[in-house]
Unconditional design. Structure first.
Lengths: 442, 191
């Protein structure tokens, strides 16, 4: 039998029972149709729709949780990737630990080559960055050579290339490497240390080598106390070499072993970490006996002065500072300012005026920073005590122009109000309100 | 009656009255589910799932398709998922799928019903060896009594395509049935 293409094929289920496979399949299909139809529970299908729909999602926000899950996974992956990248970058850096309470300067710092890890405070600018706090500094090992300029005055503690800080073991210096001082007893031993002789500024040193980056750690001048018209109070900030052995345990051993650097470090550690100026003063005297002409005499003297001030023995501190020549004092405006303030407190206004003028004329010091403003106040106070009201008024007026809300602003206004002659040159115009005054510089 | 339901179902436009939809199409959906799923699925579950989906999705039904086509496709997907789940459970429990618990029976099973169920189970074992589309076309044509044009309307395929699939399904089914009968004969001889 032939069929046209549009004709439906005969169904197997419509065939009568027979012996052919199609006929037997028709029987099976009929039985299956009846069996499946018997399984349809028609009474259940007439149930109210409320029963059917009770399992539906009421809010219709089924996408929310999958979306949140995808977002969380994406965010977690990004955070993990950032951590891996950060760890990989830090792995390329030389790790330097900064002990608690220390202040170091990284000379020849270049951006992107230094990473600070931990609660470390950074102050200063240019290529001399003071780092204080506890944590670590990682310095990248660059490919191109760096220029290292030792600071004028002070000591330079320089890491040998490729060494960590503090060094784990003492190393034998190479002929071309800086001279290494033996380390103190007790861990860790500061092996590759270079103690540079204080003196005139050295020409830039160009360091070449496989690992050309070097990190210089320099002692920085002490910061001074807030200005005061009364005899100045000194609250010197730490100028500390990195902490090596504790002062109490290793000072005697260091002196016995002749390690001047360790002894000076112990002095600063006693001053700023242990807060024990008496011990620091004793260590300073030990240093004077053991190293009467040591290479770190300037640092030891600075520590001695700081200890005396902390003990309230200002005359002795001033006596030491009086022994510093003007040429040596000129290398440190902070030291000169301290001497001037001590001289002012001692009633030696003429000499103090000389120191304040030296500070004001120093190129590195402007009136906007702490040293400059304190020098202005000291200059005004000395001038007033010497009867130079015009000079005092000019200094106060300049102070108010720079720091209208500074610590000595009230005293300056009272002086200018009481002595109008000090404002004869018209350099000072008191602001009507403080709202329009300049923001006080940091 | 079922053909009347199928052919008289109008194209829906606008909001769908889900209660009316359930009343009119639940028996049809149940029958589709039973036929397509075979003895291994729970028909009530399938019907409930279909109308739960319908209640959620038909709010955005644009009326461009026939509502029965939409319901059939939903039934088809849900039955397919249920069959896959049944196969997965059978594989995990290492039991044949035809031994999986059958759905609730509407009446007590006499001897004829048992024989009929066994025959249906055997037939569905063979149907499960067909490709999915061929299996579906053969069931709708032979058991559901739909024409190839109606099958094409339900499945969204062209009529010639349905006829080709039906031809291939019947040829393959006949071969499978003969092979199955030969195997049964051999098993009887061995026993």
């Amino acid at each position: 039998m032939t069929r046209t293409p549009w004709e439906e094929p005969p169904r197997w289920t419509e065939r009568a029972e027979g012996s052919s496979p199609e006929e037997r399949l028709g029987v099976a299909l009929r039985a299956a149709a009846a069996a499946t139809l018997a399984r349809v529970p028609t009474f259940a299908l007439q149930a109210p729709l409320a029963t059917v729909g009770s399992f539906s999602t009421p809010t219709g926000r089924g996408w929310l949780f999958p979306a949140l899950a995808v977002a969380a996974l994406t965010l977690g992956g990004a955070v993990a990737a950032a951590q891996v990248i950060r760890a990989a970058r830090l792995a390329a850096f030389t790790r330097i630990e900064v002990p608690r309470g220390s202040t170091v300067s990284l000379v020849n710092r270049r951006s992107r080559r230094m990473r600070l890890v931990g609660p470390i405070a950074v102050s200063g600018d240019g290529d001399r960055i003071a780092i204080s706090g506890e944590g670590e500094v990682r310095v990248e090992a660059g490919e191109e050579p760096l220029e290292i300029r030792p600071p004028t005055g002070g000591s330079v503690i320089q890491l040998a290339p490729g060494t960590s800080w503090p060094p784990a073991a003492q190393k034998t210096p190479e002929p071309d490497e800086p001279r290494l001082e033996p380390g103190p007893s007790g861990p860790p031993a500061p092996g590759p240390l270079l103690i540079a002789t204080p003196g005139p500024p050295a020409p830039p040193v160009r360091v070449l080598g496989a690992r050309p980056l070097r990190t210089a750690v320099a002692l920085t001048p002490p910061a001074l106390a807030p200005p005061a018209l009364a005899p100045p109070a000194f609250a010197g900030r730490a100028v500390v070499a990195p902490a090596w052995p504790s002062a109490g345990q290793s000072a005697n051993a260091a002196a016995r072993d002749g390690d001047e650097a360790a002894l000076v470090a112990s002095m600063f550690r006693a001053l700023h970490t242990e807060r024990d100026p008496a011990r620091a003063l004793a260590l300073a005297e030990s240093h004077a006996r053991a190293f009467p002409s040591g290479e770190l005499s300037v640092e030891a003297t600075a520590a001695r002065v700081e200890a005396l001030l902390a003990l309230g023995r200002r005359p002795q501190a001033l006596e030491i500072l009086d022994g510093v020549s003007d040429e040596a004092a000129a290398t440190s405006p902070a030291r000169t300012l301290l001497r001037g303030e001590l001289r002012l407190a001692a009633g030696r206004c003429a000499e103090a005026l000389h120191d304040f003028a030296a500070v004001e004329s120093a190129r590195a010091v402007s009136g906007t920073n702490d040293l400059g403003s304190r020098a202005l106040v000291g200059h005004a106070t000395c001038s007033a005590q010497l009867g130079d009201l015009i000079g005092a008024g000019a200094s106060f007026a300049r102070y108010l122009q720079i720091l209208p809300r500074g610590p000595a602003a009230g005293e300056a206004r009272r002086f200018l109000s009481a002595h109008p002659v000090g404002n004869l040159n018209g350099t000072f115009r008191p602001p009507a309100t403080l709202e329009h005054s300049e923001k006080e510089p940091q | 009656v079922r053909l009347t339901l199928l052919r008289s179902a109008p194209a829906v436009s606008g909001p769908v009255d889900i209660d009316e939809l359930y009343r009119r199409h639940a028996p049809t959906v149940g029958r589709w589910a039973a036929r397509l799923g075979g003895p291994g699925i729970d028909v009530q579950d399938i019907v409930q799932d279909v109308f739960v989906v319908a209640r959620r999705r038909l709010r955005r039904f644009d009326g461009t398709a026939n509502i029965t086509t939409w319901l059939f496709r939903a039934t088809e997907r849900i039955v397919l998922a249920a069959r896959r789940q049944a196969r997965r459970r059978a594989w995990l429990s290492r039991t044949p799928s035809d031994l999986a618990p059958a759905g609730p029976r509407s009446r007590p099973t006499p001897l004829e019903a048992v024989e009929r169920d066994e025959l249906a189970a055997t037939l569905y074992r063979l149907l499960d060896r067909l490709p999915e589309r061929q299996r579906q076309v053969l069931i709708l044509f032979e058991m559901e009594g739909l024409s190839t044009a109606e099958i094409a309307a339900l499945t969204g395929a062209l009529i010639p395509t349905v006829r080709v699939q039906l031809h291939r399904a019947r040829s393959r089914m006949a071969a499978l049935y003969q092979s199955s009968e030969a195997d049964q004969l051999d098993a009887r001889r061995r026993t």
